[in-house]
Design a protein around this ligand. Structure first.
Ligand code: PMT
Length: 408
């Protein structure tokens, strides 16, 4: 099952008596860890007020496609990009018909056309309307476009009739929404991820380190777990909470990270090195605090082992992915690392004073032997999911090619 922690969910509410339950859906989504924004159709506002939805979501409700105020802030394209998933609950027969046609004449239908995020609808209507051929063919068209249909349930209806067409209960919708993120793309595979900085001790109180917060690596580990993999995260010193469903091994120095990563990578299918590993460490670590007596002191540094290159040299080696933090000439520098470390893919990010390290957003250039793919700037959890999708496809393509070579 997927998790809703830190997920950005857009809840669309259309006109129907079940709209009174939408406030409860928002409450439960937030309790599960999601950030929620709400779009209401004009008829939804006849059943529940925007003020209620604003109060439970903690954000102003979006209602109009052409809204000069919204366009400078959260207009339709921003909302479409912001969402990690879209849930329309309740979804009326009219909304399903418009979704099936690909209409873009109100805010909700336009966002559904403009988003790359997964979309689910929870139909709610009278049982005759549900059974009508027109509704059923609209549903088939919606489903063919990759939109998930949650429910409906059966039972007594607000109109007094009994049959299919009841919206699923909020608790069930929240569970189904979390499953939108459980892609299964890495099911059955073991993935090892390194994250964070390393700490190279000079003496008991001082050391060499860098600005990596671990956010990118932790997001990659979470995305891999969500895609169904067994995940081992080898983490340098960070202040982050250990991700759920991930085995986290805490290390301090590059040598410790090397030893833990190599031990785990030997039986892994995929290795992703996101950590900012110190290339050098002090030749000696003083056992006592170095006193401020001399005017000048010299620190001798020795090279640390290269974790990524050593993983790629294992026989057999996992599908090996590196990260490259670059300030300029990104593609050329990344390709040079791809080739010198003999790895399968390198994800290059531009780093600067306010980019890459510590920030909540990042962008990546995925450099492989035959291709380059750009993943634009977005929050690290979303970027990590896009990276994992790409890695899963490249891993499958390579495994397929190996099987083909063995057979031919
Ligand atoms: O942690 P955040 O604050 O979220 O920041 C994320 C990040 C900027 C640290 C991350 O996106 C990133 O770019 N990580 C790699 C940074 C880096 O050290 O790049 P590098 O060019 O020095 O190393 C290239 C690759 O070799 C990396 O995969 C690194 O893990 C690996 N390496 C480096 C040195 C070494 N001794 N062993 C290694 O395995």
């Amino acid at each position: 099952m997927g998790t809703l922690i830190n997920k950005r969910l857009l809840l669309g509410v259309t006109g129907g008596i079940a709209a009174y339950k939408s406030a409860d859906i928002v409450r439960r989504l937030r309790e599960a860890g999601a950030e929620v924004r709400v779009i209401m159709s004009p008829s939804a506002t006849e059943f529940i007020t925007p003020l209620t939805m604003q109060a439970v979501s903690g954000h102003p409700v979006h209602q109009h496609l052409l809204d000069t105020g919204a366009e400078s802030g959260m207009g339709h394209i921003e909302l479409a990009r912001w969402a990690d998933a879209v849930l329309v609950a309740p979804a009326s027969a009219n909304f399903l018909a418009r979704l099936a046609q690909g209409r873009a004449d109100d805010l909700l239908s336009t966002v559904c056309l403009a988003t790359e995020a997964p979309i689910a609808v929870a139909p709610a209507m009278n049982q005759q309307m549900w059974n009508n051929n027109a509704t059923q063919s609209n549903l088939a068209a919606v489903n063919k476009n990759g939109i998930k249909i949650f429910g409906p349930g059966e039972g007594s209806q607000a109109c007094g009739e009994v049959g299919p067409g009841r919206m699923l209960e909020p608790a069930d919708l929240v569970t189904l929404t979390s499953e939108l993120f459980a892609t299964g793309e890495l099911a059955g595979l073991t993935v090892v991820v390194t994250a964070g900085p390393t700490w190279e001790a000079i003496d008991p109180v001082r050391g060499l380190t860098n600005r990596s917060s671990g956010k990118m690596g932790y997001a990659v580990a979470e995305a891999a777990a969500e895609a169904g993999a067994k995940v081992i995260l080898v983490s340098g010193p960070t202040t982050l909470t250990e991700p759920e469903r991930v085995r986290t091994i805490r290390v301090t120095s590059a040598q410790q990270m090397h030893d833990a990563a190599l031990a785990q990578a030997a039986t892994a299918n995929i290795f992703i090195g996101v950590a900012a590993v110190a290339d050098y460490r002090p030749a000696q670590t003083a056992s006592k605090k170095i006193k401020k007596t001399a005017e000048r002191i010299t620190l001798e540094l020795v090279r640390n082992p290269d974790i990524l290159a050593d993983v790629a040299a294992l026989k057999p080696a996992p599908f090996t992915v590196g990260f490259a933090a670059e300030t300029d000439n990104i593609e050329a520098q990344a390709r040079q690392k791809l080739e010198s470390k003999k790895i399968n893919l390198i994800a290059a990010n531009r780093v600067g004073l306010d980019l890459g390290f510590e920030s909540d957003e990042n962008s990546l250039l995925l450099v492989e032997h035959g291709q380059v793919t750009e993943l634009p700037a977005q929050p690290k959890p979303k970027l990590a999911r896009a990276l994992i999708r790409h890695v899963a496809a490249s891993y499958r393509a390579r495994s397929g090619a190996e099987i083909y070579q063995l057979r031919s």
